[in-house]
Design a protein around this ligand. Sequence first.
Ligand code: NAP
Length: 225
Amino acid sequence: MQFKDKHILISGASNGIGRALAEELIGAGAVITNFDIDEPDQGLDGMTTHKVNITDLGDIEDSLNELETPIDVLICNAGVMRRGTLMDSTEDDFELLFDVNVKGSWLLIKSSVPYLNPGAQIAIMASRYSQKPRPDPALYGLTKMAQYHMGLLAKETLHDYDFKFILPGSTNTALARHGVSGLALEQKEKLMHSPKHLASLIMELLTSNHSHLIFNEKSRDYRFE
Ligand SMILES: NC(=O)c1ccc[n+]([C@@H]2O[C@H](COP(=O)([O-])OP(=O)(O)OC[C@H]3O[C@@H](n4cnc5c(N)ncnc54)[C@H](OP(=O)(O)O)[C@@H]3O)[C@@H](O)[C@H]2O)c1
């Protein structure tokens, strides 16, 4: 895929990976629609933000109705993270994580279908935990597993679209830094990739015949499948 003049809808592009991806895609000529719960701190030429809570069907539908051109690529990126084992986690954690990470991605895909161009791409921002959740962050991993499998099911249902799955490792954003401080954060930051690095790999995935971009725990790098 060439990105020039393509209309790409990204959820959660006000910050982090979504923002870095929007910047790279705009640099390649794309036009970005951002559905985020908050406006970005700094505007970005080429990106239009709609304030959308992806857990709210009405919010999603109202903003989709305002789009002036069909979508060439939908990137289900918005997500939240809470640390903790199953025993540490609260009912509020459970509801927030499943609401945003699973229900939000499902609502976005389901509602966007009538607005997609034929043959459009649908990308799911899953996680390295999607294939094997960890004891901590337990609920986050479970939601990322459910979100990934929801995407695989959507692929089996929506045959006219090109599905892409992104399973990143730790990437230096507010989400990954959440709940870590001091020396532990300093050490973590040495291991994390930058959002820009991940964004360039995602662009490679979107232009390739591969369906998956997966973080490899052992080599601490990415492979395409
Ligand atoms: N960073 C990592 O290490 C990592 C690794 C693997 C996978 N991922 C996945 O990558 C995706 C992006 O994460 P990130 O690290 O870039 O996080 P981020 O920096 O926190 O950015 C996520 C964006 O989504 C927004 N958002 C949160 N809840 C929303 C909602 N209900 N409706 C609309 N927008 C909402 C956030 O707004 P607020 O800032 O106001 O909350 C934020 O702008 C997530 O799905 C995450 O699970 C991240």
